[in-house]
Design a protein around this ligand. Structure first.
Ligand SMILES: NC(=O)c1ccc[n+]([C@@H]2O[C@H](COP(=O)([O-])OP(=O)(O)OC[C@H]3O[C@@H](n4cnc5c(N)ncnc54)[C@H](OP(=O)(O)O)[C@@H]3O)[C@@H](O)[C@H]2O)c1
Length: 228
């Protein structure tokens, strides 16, 4: 484990097509592609969730996929569900605000109080981490110190993945490879955000394991950040 002591160890886990995409097209739910995962891989995903203290996805994934983020296919405790949503504008009927598992919504200081109150009324924790947007390093520190989260997995989407990598907060990546090509220049891929300008900015990975899980290839990497 390479994570610094003041934040949880972080695993990024994702299903991706052979051309590196996360969905069929922009705005489509990843649940459509997930239907094609082998059952053994669904078990791997849910076993991983059960091993982790918390699971985080971006607010847009909740808006589009309306994910539950619970452990369902195996025995085990569902992790704390964490959603960064700067202005607290998550739909109040989102599945993550249901009572299946605990949830924390991370917001910034400018989030309207009435939205924060409405989220709290649904039984979720609200974490204020940042002035004008959610600052992920601060959020992870709070998760470790106040919620006792030592192991956090993130399941996308591309915007959250980019910010987490950019802030050097990801220790490991586990990819479930789906044997499809979907194409589309604007179809969400594993990492969104800004392009880099030089090869010095590439984030280097060390391939540590690859195996078949049912009919799906799974690959596992350590993230090797170089010193700034
Ligand atoms: N195949 C897979 O494994 C997989 C997994 C997950 C998602 N997906 C797909 O990915 C797509 C959604 O991805 P996306 O890139 O649009 O959105 P996303 O990464 O799910 O969410 C990004 C949003 O999170 C909120 N956020 C708040 N603070 C943030 C911070 N510090 N850093 C990053 N985000 C922050 C922002 O919304 P606010 O401005 O409202 O705060 C931001 O727009 C969907 O199509 C979904 O199906 C696929």
């Amino acid at each position: 484990m390479t994570s610094p002591a003041d934040r949880p160890h972080v695993l990024m886990m994702s299903e991706i097509t052979a051309d590196g995409k996360l969905t069929l097209k922009k705005g489509a739910s990843s649940k459509i592609l997930m239907k094609y995962m082998a059952h053994e891989t669904e078990l791997l995903l849910h076993n991983t969730r059960a091993e982790y203290d918390a699971i985080m996805v971006g607010a847009n994934t909740i808006r589009i996929d309306n994910s539950f983020l619970t452990v369902r296919y195996v025995q085990g405790k569902s992790p704390l569900r964490v959603i960064p949503c700067s202005m607290a504008d998550l739909p109040l009927d989102a599945n993550v605000l249901g009572s299946d598992a605990p949830t924390a919504i991370a917001v910034c200081e400018s989030a309207p109080q009435e939205r924060i109150d409405a989220i709290k009324q649904k039984g979720a924790h609200v974490i204020v981490a940042g002035k004008t947007h959610v600052e992920l390093p601060l959020l992870l520190k709070i998760l470790k110190e106040k919620f006792g989260i030592n192991k956090l997995m993130i399941e996308g989407g591309p915007t959250l993945n980019w910010h987490m990598l950019h802030d050097r907060l990801v220790d490991e990546i586990r990819l479930i490879h789906l044997p499809f090509i979907v194409g589309g220049a604007d179809t969400p891929s594993l990492v969104g955000g800004m392009h880099i300008n030089t090869e010095d900015e590439m984030i280097r990975l060390n391939l540590k394991k690859f195996y078949l899980c049912g009919s799906n290839l799974v690959s596992e990497f350590d993230v090797l950040y170089t010193k700034k």
